[in-house]
Design a protein around this ligand. Structure first.
Ligand code: 6R9
Length: 629
């Protein structure tokens, strides 16, 4: 399963294309199955249907927990770092985690949760979140984790879409200097949810909450009265493991469904190979378990690999911008997996926050979630990775279940801002506007995948037609990612951004991410967001919202500078027509810029901005609206 050299990667890739079933069967054999599969793969991309390891019976938690007890029962599975650095961190061994999962699984059972039932989990980044997720998997309940920052309405929509019968939450959450009421938010959500029968509340902040008789239960109390042994429910490889709603840029969120066998195999395979995980290494992924990155690379991938994983409750800038570096130093983190948005944010605070920390434990870095711009890539590599840590820019999606394109750390030659090469089993196709596959190198097109991999989305919950339409209809017979992509002369891949954000300026197609990348190269720029707006002559013009390092003395001059920078890096066609200086950008809680809103403002259509409930800070909109050009 482990690839150790570039030659091995090439051999594995070739084998995975020549004989995909043979390849993945070999990988899957290294897991613990209760019963072997009858058929490795059956698929029909016209219908958007894929099945892996059909007939195989397993329980993912036996692979994530039980399997390790003999060899590494006393090894740390989780090192939990709380929000406040003054509070002590907590280490949980595989043995203890196993017991906690079993106990909590028995609590769920006691309240009637059965295989196939849906359980909504709305918790902060505490170890109980991992416990809750795995407890569901233990008994075959389908978890639907809702990110702890979502509103009551978002929670209710998700609960109702999946008809969840039980909700797991906490009294409150600490996030930086804030205490966030979680139970109150759940209470507000449940007013419109009829299917929920029980709510289990974990104590974190001791925020006063109202507990409803007959419905609400305290976690701490319940786990005392159950057995510490819970047999793992036998699951078919294609039984549903979880639902995760994607923050859709349009329409209502989709419940992406992943199943037990293929997802487990793929998340684990990609974790060990991309990060080249070695036993004993301390791995720190800064994502929230509420997103796919947390599911695959905080819970399932690392635990199935027997890794030691740091879970961080807080935010990168509390109490100050050195928090990540302090955690790295304190826990001697070897592998750090984070997001460009975090890197850019921390960059903007300057190097003083980095300098006083010993980062020498770091051996590998990773990035995920959005295209990483050159400046952030270099800063991360140089200032955090001391130029010697490999940096894996990992491209993938909620729908792919695991990493699809990335260098294998230290093995695949890197290229700044490129996700580099597809992992074994990932057969990419770049499509032109006529639906034809682009052959050869030095081409850009819409990124598709033409053959199933074990982690592929199985359906969108309760609405398979939507799955078919969204992912399998644009290019018949292919899975369409929604991303634009460049394959350079050497065959390396670089994601240019969502194609819904690709602009067409005077007939030239320009990726918004590309323009942003260029603008961000300007010394005075912290971050930017680019959208297209209707332009009489060019079809679309380029509108840039720019966060400057300092308020510019001469805004006109600065605009020209930015245009000149873009012109130099991409070409004059990519020069922004309008540059508006702002102090913040409308971002979703996962750090993605909501271009839909910026597009509307740039079009002067500020009346109805649509749903802004997923924004991290809705206040930024007013400022941008006022300053619109
Ligand atoms: C894992 C995750 C998926 C979308 C994807 C793409 C963007 C993610 C990226 C990247 C460029 C990377 N994206 N990783 N773009 N380089 N390394 O983020 O899943 O939240 O579903 O987002 O994020 O546009 O299509 P998800």
């Amino acid at each position: 399963m482990r690839i150790r050299t570039f030659e091995e990667y090439q051999t594995a890739y070739k084998q995975s294309v020549d004989d995909p079933e043979g390849y993945w069967a070999e990988v899957a054999q290294q897991f613990q199955w209760k019963k072997p599969w009858k058929r490795v793969l059956s698929w029909d991309f016209n219908e958007g249907r894929t099945k892996w390891f059909e007939g195989g019976v397993l329980n993912v938690t036996e692979n994530a927990l039980d399997r390790h007890l003999e060899v590494r029962g006393d090894q740390a599975a989780i090192i939990w770092e709380p929000n406040d650095p003054e509070d002590s961190s907590v280490t949980i061994t595989y043995r203890v985690l196993h017991e906690r999962v079993c106990r909590f699984a028995n609590v769920l059972k006691k309240y009637g949760v059965k295989k196939g039932d849906r359980v909504c989990i709305y918790l902060p980044m505490v170890p109980e979140l991992t416990v809750a997720v795995l407890a569901c998997a233990r008994i075959g309940a389908i978890h639907s984790v809702v990110f702890g920052g979502f509103s009551a309405k978002s929670i209710a929509d998700r609960i109702n879409d999946a008809a969840c019968t039980l909700v797991i939450t906490s009294d409150g959450a600490y996030r930086g200097s804030k205490v966030i009421p979680m139970k109150d938010t759940v209470d507000a959500a449940l007013v419109t949810c009829d299917t929920v029968q029980k709510v289990i509340v974990m104590t974190r902040t001791r925020t006063p909450v109202s507990m409803l008789k007959g419905r609400d239960l305290w976690w701490e109390e319940e786990v005392k009265h159950v057995d510490s042994i819970c047999p793992a429910e036998p699951m078919d490889a294609e039984d549903e493991l979880f639902i995760l709603y994607t923050s859709g840029s349009t329409g209502k969120p989709k419940g992406v469904v992943h199943t037990c066998g293929g997802y487990m195999v793929y998340a684990t395979y990609t974790f060990t190979n991309v990060f080249q995980y070695e036993p004993g290494e301390v791995y720190f992924c800064t994502a929230d378990i509420g997103w796919i990155t947390g599911h695959s690379y905080i819970v399932y991938g690392p635990l199935c690999s027997g890794a030691t994983c740091v879970i961080f409750e807080g935010v990168p800038t509390y109490p100050d911008a050195s928090r990540f570096w302090q955690i790295v130093e304190k826990h001697k983190v070897n592998i750090l997996y984070t997001a460009p948005t975090a890197i850019r944010s921390l960059m903007s605070f300057g190097l003083d926050y980095v300098k006083n920390h010993d980062l020498s434990s770091l051996t590998k870095l990773g990035s995920v979630g959005e295209p990483i711009n050159e400046e952030a890539w270099q800063w991360f590599k140089h200032h955090i990775g001391a130029d010697h840590c490999p940096l894996a820019d990992t491209w993938w999606q909620t729908e792919t279940g695991g990493i699809m394109i990335a260098p294998l750390a230290g093995i695949t030659p890197e290229k700044a801002t490129f996700a580099t090469l597809p992992l074994p089993g990932v057969q990419l196709a770049l499509m032109d506007e006529n639906g034809q596959e682009l052959e050869g190198n030095g081409v850009s097109g819409n990124l598709c995948v033409k053959f199933p991999w074990p982690g592929i989305v199985r359906t969108t919950y309760g609405d398979h037609e939507r799955c078919k339409q969204t992912y399998f209809s644009a290019y018949p017979g292919k899975y369409f990612t929604g991303d634009g992509c460049l394959r350079d002369e050497s065959g390396y891949y670089r994601i240019t951004g969502r194609v819904d954000d690709v602009l067409n300026v005077s007939g030239h197609r320009i990726g918004t991410a590309e323009v942003e990348n260029a603008i961000n190269m300007h010394l005075g720029v912290v971050e930017s967001a680019v959208v297209g707006y209707a332009h009489d002559i060019k079809g679309q013009g380029i509108y840039a919202y720019v966060i400057a390092e300092h308020e510019p003395d001469d805004a006109e001059m600065f605009r020209k500078d930015i245009a000149a920078t873009v012109s130099r890096i991409i070409g004059p066609i990519a020069k922004p027509d309008k540059v508006q200086f702002v102090t913040g950008l409308p971002k979703t809680r996962s750090g993605k810029i909501m271009r839909r809103i910026l597009r509307k403002i740039s079009e002067g259509d500020t009346g109805n901005l649509g749903d802004t409930s997923t924004l991290l800070d809705p206040n930024v909109i007013e400022e941008i609206r006022k300053g619109a050009l």
